[in-house]
Design a protein around this ligand. Structure first.
Ligand code: NAD
Length: 264
């Protein structure tokens, strides 16, 4: 038997049409889950089609996760079509630039309503049948910026820090009811969200050399951690955060000038 086998599970991935979401959708399909790609963008339909073309099971649901009605409708369609979700991956998120002295309250609220409240909304709606069944796994995609302030990025860091605590609270409240909740925090990953940055070779190289494993992350790196946490292999892990950043956030001590203790 395969080490991880999700063949009996329906898995919903929000933002599944984007870079990391697509990687997660393909990763879950590779261990035979029935994948539901939820995205407000039609790019999600292409990801579902790609999975079907590879012989997997996948559906696309057009949905804006900032809307109560939309998410409730999506969950209803799911129940009547492929069945209730056993796995939810909260991943749809974005960022807007701006310092804390200039970010408008409207922009602040916009980011929190997608990156944080959207995660709670989906956890409640897709988690309800998990609680009723007494079994389920939720994985939230946060960011290393949950722990390290990402300057001039408006509410982004605050929203991601909120996700980490939301997940811990869900783990404690829903653990006794059979539902686990964990976080995967990506470091620097090349996706449509960050593509513009990596197209400049100088910036790509400067970022790459900051990472101990000496490469920029790929969506598959995040997918592997998500698939593990969603699976029964992680049945005794809940309320945790897996940082997947090639070691980048462990490099602080190495930046201190320390004569006599440098690399030859
Ligand atoms: P992306 O822009 O490639 O994908 C995001 C997807 O979310 C898109 O398909 C978009 O259509 C969808 N989406 C946006 N708003 C939505 C809404 N209201 N309803 C439904 N879907 C919506 O971004 P990505 O880089 O793949 O990021 C995915 C997640 O990973 C985000 O939460 C992001 O904050 C996080 N993250 C990314 C990086 C990175 O370096 N790329 C690093 C850390 C964390």
């Amino acid at each position: 038997m395969a080490w991880i086998d999700l063949s009996a599970k329906v898995a919903v991935i929000t933002g599944g049409g984007g870079g990391i979401g697509r990687g997660i959708a393909l990763g879950l399909a590779a261990v035979d889950a029935t994948v539901v790609v939820l995205d407000r963008d039609e790019g999600g339909a292409a990801v579902a089609a790609e999975i079907r073309a590879r012989g997997g099971r996948a559906e696309f649901l057009a949905c804006d996760v900032t809307s109560d009605d939309c998410v409730a409708r999506a969950a209803g369609e799911l129940a009547g079509n492929v069945g209730d979700a056993a796995i939810l991956v909260n991943n749809a998120g974005t960022m807007l630039p701006g310092g804390l002295d200039t970010t408008s309250v409207a922009d602040w609220d916009r980011i929190l309503s997608l990156n944080l409240t959207g995660y709670l909304r989906c956890a409640r709606v897709f988690g309800a049948p998990m609680l009723a069944r007494g079994a389920g796994a939720i994985v939230h995609v946060a960011s290393i910026s949950a722990s390290f302030p990402q300057s001039y990025s408006g509410a982004y860091s605050a929203s991601k820090a909120g996700v980490v605590m939301l997940s811990r609270q869900l783990a404690v409240e829903w653990g006794p009811r059979g539902v686990r909740s964990n976080v995967v925090s990506p470091g620097m990953i090349r996706t449509p969200m960050t593509e513009a940055i990596y197209r400049t070779p100088r910036v790509h190289e400067a970022r790459r050399t900051l990472v101990p494993v000496q490469r920029i992350g790929r969506p598959e790196d995040i997918a592997d951690a998500v698939v593990f946490l969603a699976s029964e292999r992680a049945s005794y892990i809940t309320g945790e955060e897996f940082v997947v950043d090639g070691g980048f956030t462990r490099t602080l001590m190495g930046t201190i000038p320390r004569p006599g203790f440098e690399k030859d």
